[in-house]
Write a protein that binds this ligand. Structure first.
Ligand SMILES: NC(=O)c1ccc[n+]([C@@H]2O[C@H](COP(=O)([O-])OP(=O)(O)OC[C@H]3O[C@@H](n4cnc5c(N)ncnc54)[C@H](O)[C@@H]3O)[C@@H](O)[C@H]2O)c1
Length: 400
């Protein structure tokens, strides 16, 4: 399936992403301390590198990166931590730094951090001087398995998540598995939500692997985590290669995100992490699939129990969220994944078989939302977590 090739003889596993401007993703342990060498090996010779990070990551991992960048001119920009700072204001502060310190067209931005740093630094790199090179050194599991690959860079807007953004592929990605050791348990679990999403898209074998390695994943056993990171990147790269600008198949990667983004937007990007929102979104998308008779109740039970085993929430009721069901419904309509004003939902029929549905009947949508607020897992709320909807009015398309 993927066109990725492992390059032998390199210090880490190297996967090639064949987008219009191809690049390598390096996966290994302690590779941050070889950053300069790896970037040079990828043919990059920036006049200067701006390392963008946050205070938390600066304290934990900047010394390693600095060791790796020895001999390469670099400077530092520290941005505030957290999703609420994934904003144009933060991007603007990076423009100030780049301009004041005279970064030119031949310079590069290196994002050292989680998905927030990658998205913000990448968007600054995409737009400063009409675009300069950028590389990613993702430090969260979520950023390694998902955010650092694919070239989507964006900031949030009060009216929608990732509403202001660009496509700007990185020139290189360095996934150092050692950095995952310092992640707080909850942040680590956030990444596991994207792992479940990717495994469900990937198919039965991938999903069964994750289900069979819950303990190893929670213990952060390096061979298990390394395999999962690699398989997620492989699948993401395969999808991105076939639909770089998100006009078709790439939509599949948004499984769980239509509900997830609405949850995040409805609570002002504070209090609920992206990973938690995606976990609940996955359960809601699967519940929707069951109500639309696209999937069997067994799949819902399976997804909910895997999420729970990985210490992830499955219901809005478990989140610190003050938004009402009506507010959540309102934000569902504002998601970017809509066509001609209609929200589109990506739902699983089975592992590896994901479809897009449009014009979902309002009462079915309400049932999914209210079910998630009820505090009773959808899989135990009745034979199907509710009455199955009839298909009249539901348009569906095969996104695979
Ligand atoms: N561009 C994409 O394709 C894409 C895909 C998925 C998600 N995203 C975005 O990614 C963001 C979520 O990313 P995230 O979950 O990494 O959140 P994050 O970047 O906010 O990081 C979570 C927390 O972990 C801390 N942290 C990071 N690395 C650490 C380490 N090694 N040790 C200890 N603490 C560390 C950070 O300081 C932060 O407090 C969202 O904004 C989401 O929209 C983007």
């Amino acid at each position: 399936m993927p066109t990725l090739a492992a390059r032998s003889g390199s210090p880490a596993r190297t996967l090639r992403v064949n987008t219009q401007s191809p690049y390598d993703v390096h996966i290994g342990t302690n590779i941050l301390s070889q950053a300069g060498q790896i970037l040079t090996g990828d043919g990059l010779a920036p006049s200067k590198v701006l390392v963008v990070t946050t205070p938390v990551i600066q304290a934990l991992w900047l010394a390693e990166a600095a060791k790796g960048l020895e001999g390469m001119p670099w400077d530092l920009a520290v941005i505030p931590d957290g999703e609420v700072h994934k904003s144009l204001e933060t991007v603007s502060s990076l423009y100030d730094t780049l301009a004041e310190r005279r970064f030119g067209r031949d310079s590069m931005v290196l994002a050292l951090g989680g998905g927030v740093v990658g998205d913000v630094a990448g968007f600054a790199a995409a737009t400063y001087m009409r675009g300069i090179a950028f590389a990613q050194a993702p430090t969260t599991l979520l950023a390694q398995v998902d955010a650092s690959v694919g070239g989507k860079v964006a900031v949030d807007h009060v009216r929608g998540k990732n509403l202001i953004g660009a496509f700007h592929q990185p020139a290189s990605v360095l996934c150092d598995l050692a950095v995952l050791d310092t992640l707080p348990a909850r942040t680590y679990s956030d990444g596991l939500a994207e792992v479940v999403k990717t495994a469900l898209i990937g198919g039965e074998e991938f999903l069964a692997f994750v289900e069979g390695h819950v303990a190893g994943l929670l213990r952060r056993e390096r061979p298990v985590v390394g395999r999962v990171v690699e398989d997620c990147i492989r699948l993401k790269a395969f999808i991105v290669e076939t639909d770089e600008r998100d006009l078709g198949n790439r939509m599949l990667l948004n499984l769980g995100h239509t509900f997830g983004h609405a949850i995040e937007t409805s609570c002002g990007y504070a209090g609920v992490s992206h990973g938690q929102a995606v976990a609940v979104g996955l359960a809601m998308a699967t519940h929707l699939a069951v109500l639309l008779q696209e999937a069997g109740a067994g799949l819902l039970r399976r997804i909910e129990s895997l999420l729970r085993a990985l210490n992830l929430p499955t219901m809005v009721a478990e989140l610190a969220i003050s938004a009402t069901p009506e507010e959540l419904r309102h934000h569902l309509g504002a998601d970017k994944k809509r066509r001609e004003g209609r929200a589109r939902f990506i739902v699983p029929k089975a592992p590896g078989n994901i479809v897009v549905v449009e014009s979902v009947p309002e009462d079915v949508l309400r049932q999914v939302i209210e079910g998630s607020y009820s505090g009773v897992p959808a899989s135990s709320a009745g034979p199907h977590g509710g009455t199955p909807a009839h298909h009249a009015g539901v348009l569906r398309g095969d996104a695979s």
